[in-house]
Design a protein around this ligand. Structure first.
Ligand SMILES: Cc1cc2nc3c(=O)[nH]c(=O)nc-3n(C[C@H](O)[C@H](O)[C@H](O)COP(=O)(O)OP(=O)(O)OC[C@H]3O[C@@H](n4cnc5c(N)ncnc54)[C@H](O)[C@@H]3O)c2cc1C
Length: 420
């Protein structure tokens, strides 16, 4: 019997009694039908117990479906257990790209889509918004296919589905033509410039991330990922809004070596090697950490930051780095960006659960009145009733789940607390 062990961060020990690894769809369907309670474990990168199950957990990595690219439709169908780092080189080799990626290529496609994982960029939606159709196994063992055009209502509920409708077997993703990206980093952008020019800064490149440590009155690093047209010869200014162009490679987290970060200083290359911050062959981020994140209507960004600054003395000692990103609106019912452009305020904390959980209510007291929705896969203390209130389609989602899982076979403590 294989025990599921712990999550990537080591802060969650899964309580499921066993981790099963089906190698065929038929095996998976049988496991779903015979288990009393069952969920899927992705690449374990969530920081809370969203993936856990009171029964068994399934690892779908051995289903080993190939990546099937349809050039005429500009789609790729990918096995749900695959990680972005396994999928994207194949898309690039075929001349295609995904619109955006999260900060790391290590995460599974299905796990990322299930939790609303996102990158940055004013015109970029979260990763689940690239899904065109999905196949999953419902609680009765049937393979269900939902398509964005054929079943719009159910589809928009199920894609960002927090694992609740059943094991996702494959996802068909929209592709765009491959493109080249360069990364440039500016150092020490004064807060006053951020407050005065928030939109200009976040719109300055295809994807912009701001890294700050709440220890000074500057944003330490402005991380720009610029899409470069063929033959374009664009060069960054040496200074911009009071910030200066970095002359050496950087890592988003202060004190970490830049070797594990993707190429910078204007080195132009494929989208899949520049949109993530971290390289696949290295441990991403700092490796010893907790993460929290709140996504709120973009227009509240400057007010939220002003509200958090008085907490700097409490935030700074527990913080490795904070990151500010923007995400464009989508139509997915449980998306923090449902029908509104959002700003994402992310915190990479030190690995100290009691201290972080003691601090979070103070942050949430600032962000909650601004409708800050916690990231589904990270650490938060927002009261369950408030989480439900923040999602106008939550009742529809629960009804949808009941259709595919009438007896709660795919439920767990997290869903019972925050969704049902
Ligand atoms: C270092 C680091 C950096 C991160 N960077 C980002 C970032 O840039 N942006 C961001 O938004 N988030 C980020 N995250 C959070 C991360 O993307 C999410 O937690 C995401 O869910 C991870 O995917 P996973 O496969 O590891 O999911 P898991 O944690 O394994 O599972 C998450 C959920 O997905 C469900 N699930 C997984 N596979 C399936 C399936 N096949 N069928 C049905 N349900 C399934 C699980 O049941 C569970 O409910 C980061 C996390 C880490 C550790």
């Amino acid at each position: 019997m294989v025990s599921p062990g712990v999550n990537w961060a080591g802060n969650i020990r899964y309580t499921a009694r066993e981790l099963l690894t089906p190698t065929t769809l038929a095996q998976l369907q049988e496991m779903v039908c015979t288990a009393e309670r069952v969920r899927v474990l992705g690449s374990r990168h969530s920081f809370n117990d969203i993936a856990d199950s009171p029964g068994v957990l399934l690892n779908l990595a051995e289903l080993r479906q190939p990546v099937a690219i349809d050039p005429a439709a500009a789609t790729a169908t990918v096995g749900a257990g695959l990680r972005y780092g396994e999928v994207t080189p194949q898309l690039e080799a075929a001349g295609f790209a995904l619109p955006n990626l999260g900060s790391l290529p290590h995460i599974s496609v299905a796990g990322a889509c299930a939790t609303g994982t996102h990158g940055s960029g004013s015109g970029n939606r979260n990763l689940a918004a690239a899904v065109r159709s999905m196949e999953f196994v419902a609680a009765d063992g049937e393979l269900v296919r939902l398509d964005r055009d054929e079943h719009p209502a159910e589809f928009h509920g199920a894609v960002l589905g927090v694992g609740a409708v059943g094991p996702v077997v494959s996802l068909t993703l929209d592709l765009r033509p491959s493109f080249q990206v360069r990364q440039d980093v500016y150092l020490d952008l004064p807060y006053r410039e951020l407050d005065a020019h928030f939109d200009e800064i976040m719109d300055a490149a295809y994807s912009v991330s701001l890294f700050l440590d709440f220890r000074s009155d500057t944003v330490g690093k402005v991380w720009m990922k610029r899409a470069v047209a063929p033959g374009e010869d664009w060069q960054p200014e040496p200074t911009w809004l009071g910030a200066r162009l970095a002359e050496s490679d950087q890592h988003p987290v202060p004190g970490q070596l830049p070797d594990s970060a993707t190429p910078q200083r204007g080195d132009i290359g494929p989208w899949n090697e520049r949109l993530p911050h971290f390289r696949l062959e290295f441990v991403p981020s700092s490796g010893l950490e907790l993460q929290s994140e709140y996504l709120l209507p973009r227009g509240h960004a400057v007010r939220a930051l002003a509200g958090l600054r008085p907490l700097s003395e409490r935030i700074a000692p527990l913080l490795q780095v904070a990151e500010i990103r923007t995400v464009a609106a989508d139509e997915l019912w449980l998306s923090p960006a449902y029908q509104q452009d959002v700003v994402a305020l992310h915190f990479t904390w030190v690995d100290d659960t009691p201290a972080v959980r003691a601090l979070l209510p103070a942050l949430e007291a600032v962000l909650d009145p601004l409708e800050g929705r916690p990231h589904w896969g990270k650490v938060f203390t927002t009261p369950p009733g408030r989480v439900r209130e923040l999602y106008p389609r939550m009742a529809d989602f629960v009804e949808l789940v009941r259709r595919y899982d009438p007896d709660g076979r795919f439920g767990n403590t997290f869903l019972e607390t925050y969704v049902y």
